[in-house]
Design a protein around this ligand. Structure first.
Ligand SMILES: Cc1cc2nc3c(=O)[nH]c(=O)nc-3n(C[C@H](O)[C@H](O)[C@H](O)COP(=O)(O)OP(=O)(O)OC[C@H]3O[C@@H](n4cnc5c(N)ncnc54)[C@H](O)[C@@H]3O)c2cc1C
Length: 364
């Protein structure tokens, strides 16, 4: 029986593990396969406190070693099923078995679920922290993945600094795209927003800020169909619909492309276990409290979705990081609809760990 299982080996999960291990709770971390999370996809990280500049993968390696030094057990396996319906909770991991080359992951899981062996790959735990992160959604056009980190990015706060006095483009039409564009105006000399429709779905206030900014130019009814450049981004090819609904192709010279079409939290396996929002982010007490207050202020009518959100009796407001299931906590990008930074994820991991410690004392 484990005291606490942490699911996720990025900054949130590993920061939680450091605190839990120092508190003597010997956490078991399932760090996923491949482990390390989003920071391993980037090169230099220049905004993590205490490091002028450090490789993302090196930062993660340091966090893992620090957690292990204090007694955390880290296993690089994926969790593929959880049962939070009763305590102790059950966490099932991918069994390490040889897979025939013809077998896809889904069929492997289905066949394993029918064997008794699969039951060997589960642990019981008194508490769980979900820290499985989120993935940026990409356009999936030629050149995009090849030039990631070479001008293609999904994070203006992380990479905007590298585009001082350059020309960049942001793709998207929601609040995130507006925020990314406004952030980039602090560095770049010109910011295009490429949007596939003729209006934004972003909030009115964000749109007003964008339209008032002289550095920003919107290209409406346009889709990026190609990212051009050999060793770095040199431009994009756009397919633009004109007033007569005719398609034209235009090349736009830019130095950087920021894709801001959304994130997808890695939370499918928790869908029937804890409450998630419509995009899959895990609800914690603090988010529910904010949503509740926002709704009170705007005094809007409750929609069906909102009435589900405001099932506040399921939440314990003494624990900000606790989910709708007492004893199950969540931290990092799988929760965070606002910031999605390594330092904020780490901070949420720390808060979750401190709450687990307190909760276990009261609920042994
Ligand atoms: C290209 C890029 C560059 C970035 N640059 C910066 C930067 O410069 N500065 C900055 O502050 N932020 C940066 N970020 C954002 C930062 O990486 C994230 O905010 C941060 O990593 C979130 O931490 P997390 O622990 O919540 O999630 P993640 O880092 O996403 O970690 C999630 C972990 O969960 C594991 N996992 C997922 N599913 C399962 C499962 N079923 N079972 C077990 N484990 C699972 C994954 O393997 C991983 O270990 C960048 C992001 C990207 C994509």
């Amino acid at each position: 029986m484990e005291n606490v299982v942490v699911i996720g080996g990025g900054p949130a999960g590993l920061s939680a593990a450091i605190y839990l291990a120092r508190a003597g709770l010997s956490p078991l971390v399932f760090a996923g396969s491949p482990p390390g999370g989003q920071l391993t996809l980037t090169s230099e990280v220049e905004n993590f406190p205490g490091h002028d500049s450090i490789l993302g993968s090196e930062l993660i390696e340091k966090m893992r070693k620090q957690a292990q030094r204090f007694g955390a057990k880290i296993v690089d396996e994926n969790v593929f099923k959880v049962d939070f319906s009763k305590r102790p909770f059950e966490v099932f991991t991918d069994p390490v078995v040889p897979r025939s080359s013809s077998q896809d992951e889904g069929s492997l899981r289905r066949s394993l679920a029918q064997t008794t062996d699969f039951r060997k790959n589960f642990v019981s735990s008194l508490a769980v922290i979900i820290a499985t992160g989120a993935k940026a959604l990409w356009l999936n056009v030629p050149g995009e993945q090849e030039l990631r980190g070479k001008g293609v990015s999904a994070c203006a706060t992380c990479d905007g600094f590298f585009f001082k006095d350059k020309v960049v483009a942001v793709v998207g039409g929601g609040d995130t795209a507006m925020e990314e564009a406004l952030t980039l105006t602090k560095f770049a000399k010109k910011v295009y927003i490429i949007h596939r429709r003729d209006s934004f779905r972003a909030s009115k206030i964000m749109q007003e800020r964008v339209f008032a900014n002289k550095k920003i130019e919107v290209i409406w009814n346009a889709q990026v169909v190609d990212v051009m450049g050999k060793t770095k981004v040199e431009g994009i090819k756009l397919k633009i619909k004109n007033e007569k609904l005719k398609m034209t192709i235009k090349n736009l010279k830019i130095d950087g492309l920021f894709v801001a079409i959304g994130h997808k939290p890695d939370t499918e396996i928790f869908a029937s276990q804890v409450e998630l929002d419509e995009k899959g982010y895990v609800y914690t007490s603090s988010r529910i409290a904010i949503e509740y207050i926002k709704n009170q202020i705007s005094n809007s009518k409750m929609t069906n979705q909102n009435s589900k959100i405001f099932n506040i009796k399921k939440y314990n407001f003494d624990y900000q990081m606790m989910t709708s299931v007492p004893g199950v906590f969540a931290a990092g990008d799988c929760v965070d609809i606002y910031y999605r930074q390594a330092a904020t994820a780490a901070g949420m991991g720390v808060a979750a760990a401190l709450e687990v410690e307190k909760w276990l004392e009261e609920n042994k």
